[in-house]
Design a protein around this ligand. Structure first.
Ligand SMILES: Nc1ncnc2c1ncn2[C@@H]1O[C@H](COP(=O)(O)OP(=O)(O)OP(=O)(O)O)[C@@H](O)[C@H]1O
Ligand SMILES: [Mg+2]
Length: 351
């Protein structure tokens, strides 16, 4: 049997994953699991949140929203130093606990790394993942499932390239557009904490023209949060601002605050910084055919960034949450890669 392909995009804000059928999105946060003594009452109040809990080598973790709410010890977002050693492993296994339905299954993985981590960590990450992972998944009612998932192959991609793969390949992993295979395309991936720039030259990653900055969407949200604090005296977590900003207002202690003017201003400033960096980092790449804007932050900033870019912008398809384009691209790339290998093997066998 051919192994199932699973794609995972571990971002500073959210971990995104797909098995080609379903998508999974959770906050890239984990923490020590505590005993949920009040399971019943917790379930009533937090029934919307997905319960993600795993146990690796006898240490139990809450992951995502659950960690943010319940972990008594600090919950960590992705930390540079422990990125490969623990964060990415915990977030990857948490993903598998949700997407792999048979406890002893074999799978193949495609994982994206931030541009800034790619060269240094890609081999280490692949090595860490390519093994049999024994861990326990714990359900909302405390039920335990013992997993022994074997990862038989791993591909690591620079994160923003996923968006190009998504356009280049069909959902069955077949190249569908000559254009994307022949052109030189710049990608701007606006995430929660960072913005990544990179170039896909004839479908290949080019390290030249790649850059990571701290101009993620959280920078604009921090500004909005500061203004809101001045007006209301309440600290609203950056994570919580997405919906408020989207709807244009927020209610704090019964009072409604109009967020539109400050949002407009903060987004424009951030977009200008992002576009300026693009024009600088690609100053010598005048032969770029087109530019794509992706990532969750790209969804809100694209209209502002576009106007200030030197070049033609290809709109990202609006058929999916912007945060998910990279990971859908990884999945297609996995099918493309491993299908090619399978076909080669079969032809060799029958030759
Ligand atoms: N439905 C949504 N819910 C929450 N945030 C969303 C949603 N749609 C778009 N966003 C935006 O997406 C941003 C996160 O984008 P994304 O998931 O691409 O970041 P990331 O990859 O985790 O971060 P980084 O690239 O810095 O590692 C949020 O800050 C928010 O502005
Ligand atoms: Mg990202």
């Amino acid at each position: 049997m051919v192994d199932a392909v699973i794609a995972i995009d571990i971002g500073f804000g959210f971990t995104k994953a797909t098995d080609g059928k379903d998508f999974l999105v959770f906050k890239s946060v984990y923490g020590e699991a505590v005993d949920l003594q009040f399971r019943e009452s917790l379930l009533d109040t937090s029934s919307h949140d997905e319960h993600i809990q795993i146990e690796i080598d006898e240490t139990a973790y809450f992951v995502g929203e659950l960690a943010e709410r319940q972990s008594s010890s600090r919950s960590f977002t992705l930390d540079q130093n422990q990125f490969i050693s623990s964060s990415s492993k915990i977030l990857a296994l948490a993903t598998l606990s949700k997407l792999v339905h048979q406890p002893k299954q074999s799978i193949k993985l495609v994982v994206g790394l931030p541009i800034g981590h790619y060269r240094q960590y890609k081999d280490e990450l692949a090595k860490m993942l390519k093994t049999t992972h024994e861990f326990t998944a714990i359900g909302a009612q405390g039920e335990r499932i013992e997993h022994a998932i074997t990862v038989t192959d791993v591909r690591v991609l620079p994160q923003p390239i996923g968006t190009v793969m998504d356009r280049l390949l069909s959902i069955t992993g077949i190249a569908k557009s000559q254009r994307f295979a022949n052109d030189k395309i710049g990608i701007i991936d606006v995430g929660f904490r960072t913005t990544d720039y990179t170039i896909s030259d004839k479908g290949r990653y080019s390290e030249r023209g790649s850059l990571t900055t701290k101009n993620g969407i959280s920078k604009a949200f921090a500004k909005i949060g500061t203004k809101l604090k001045e007006a209301s005296n309440i600290d609203v977590e950056i994570y919580r601002l997405f919906e408020a900003v989207d709807s244009g207002s927020i209610k704090i202690r019964g009072k409604s605050y109009d967020l539109n003017p400050i949002t407009e201003k903060a987004f424009k400033q951030l977009a200008t910084a992002i576009a300026t960096d693009a024009n600088t980092v690609w100053a010598d790449d005048w032969d770029i055919d087109a530019i794509m804007i992706t990532g969750g932050g790209g969804a809100v900033l694209a209209p502002y960034i576009e106007k200030q870019l030197e070049g033609v912008v290809i709109p990202v398809k609006q058929d999916l949450d912007y945060r998910l384009h990279n990971v859908r691209g990884y999945f297609k790339f996995g099918l493309y890669t491993w299908r090619k290998q399978e076909t080669k093997k079969t032809t060799e066998a029958t030759a």
